[in-house]
Each structure stands twice: as structure tokens, then as C-alpha cells.
Design a protein around this ligand. Sequence first.
Ligand code: PMV
Length: 309
Amino acid sequence: MVECYAPANIALVKYWGKREAHLNLPLTDSLSISLAHLGTTTQVSESEEDSLCFNGEEIEQESALFRKTFAFIDRIAKGRCALRVVTNNTIPTASGLASSASGFAALTLALNAFFNWNYDRKTLSQMARLGSGSASRSLWDGFVIWQAGSADDGSDCYAYPLEARWQELRIGILEVDFSAKKIGSREAMQHTAYTSPLYGSWQKTVAEDMRNLQAAIQSRDFTRLGEIAEGNALAMHALMLSARPAILYFQQASWQSMHTIWQLRAQGLPLYFTADAGANLKLLYLEEDSAKVKDVFPHIQEIAPFASS
Ligand code: PMV
């Protein structure tokens, strides 16, 4: 039996749209930050027949989760034996945080260990990508870039870590809605790319944001990091709003929290947010402002992505 862990990640410059769907090749680069202890631990062992246990619950063979998991395993481990997969999230299930990134990354690492493939991280990133695009970034801690590449076979499409560390950086997960989303990110990004009249501007927006965000990380310019991350997330949601028909993940409480964040910022607090394909916000701030942020948002779950490194 082998056991592997992978962290969840949050993109500061988002992946939203594919240049090829079967291999999960993105149209643009993206840049994320891994969530340290929030992630997935997965065990793999040999067994009589395929079985899956997720967060302590036996998953039925007919379920979508079971089929998705073993379709992925069949794709990367051809001619395999029957397997028992036991997977547990340290991301609170109720937090509404996507767990597919850490889930597919942990499963890829566990299969690599179980079958003694000894693949390097770049190859593992490419394999994890086949499960979910953002999983390609969950093989490392800290800041990670997923480069889109241009090869048709995806050979130059993988993620890699940035050297930069930023001890004082904090992420606060602000829960707005715990229920499952009505439309998944895979479907939503395709719909946006096909129908939004604004989608043509996305590549240029991301190219600029990627360049400026890397400069902000290098120079430890938090204001710049916050502006880029928040602007990029809102641009992604604006694309969805302009899709036909529109996709709107934000709810009343998401908008209210945005107004509160903007008010606090107008009063001088360097507080920003990002948001994925869901109603929840992820707050971005520095350690020195942690108490002030928690005064206003007492229920956030705070993560220090670089604290233990
Ligand atoms: O990897 P997927 O298919 O779950 O898509 C991720 C999409 C976003 O979370 C919204 C953006 C990103 O880059 O993680």
C-alpha cells in the first residue's frame, strides 16, 4: 500500500478555456498558489476488484465519481491490476473549494509510487492534467506556473514551481455557499469560450497579468499582486456573464463581501480577493493585517502558504 499527499491550489491568474479538450490543453498559461495543508491524501493498494472510498464513504461503482476516478486510472495505468483507492480531503467538504486539483494530483502521485514508475514531476504534472487541468499545478507547494505550450500532443504543456517564497502572504477562505455547483468548470469554460463575444480578449488579458504578476512576486509588491489577482478573477467572471446564456456563480453574499472588501480598501486596508467557479471568495492579505481581516470576516479559514517552509 502506498500513500501520497497533494495540496489544493488557487489560481491568481486563471485557466479558463482549452485549446484542446481531450488532452486538457489550456489556451493560456496560469499561475497558482498551493494551499499547504489543505489538500488530498490518497492510498492505493492491490485488491480483488476496483473499489473507492472517499472521505470515509464507500463509493458505488455506478456513481459519477467512481467512473471518473477509474477512467482516469485506466488512461494512465494501462494493463493494471484491480485497485483499492482510499482518498481523504483535508479541505473541509463544506468549504466549497474545488478538490479535483488535489484529488487528481494525489492519485497520480500514488499511482506513480504504487507501480514504481519513478516519473519526474514534469511528467506527473502532464498526467495529472488529464484528470483536471488545475491538477497539473498541485504537484508543488508555493507559486506554480502551468504553461500552455503549443505542441498538439501536449508535450510542452506542464506546470513548474517558482522559486519565490512569500512568508507573510495569507489566504482567507470565505464561505458563501456550500452546495454543489449547478454547472461544473469544464462545461462552463467551454460554453464561455464558444459563446462569449468578449472571449477574444482573454488571451491578451492573461498574457499581461502573467507578466505583471511575476514581476509583483519578484518585487514583493503586494498591492500589485492583489490588483492583478482580483482583476483577473473578475475578468473571468465577466466573460461568463457575457456568455449566452450567461453563467453567474456569485450570490448575494458574494457581492456583499466584495463591497465590504472594497470599502475596507478605500479605508486603507490592503485586502483583495479572488474567486473560482463558485460563489465563495478567497481573500488575499498580509500577516500584519490578519487580525483586522478576521475582525470583519470572523469565519474565514486562514492559510499561510509559506509559513512552514
Ligand atoms: O481544472 P478545472 O477543470 O477544475 O478548472 C479550474 C478552473 C478555475 O478553478 C476556475 C481556474 C483555475 O485556474 O484553477
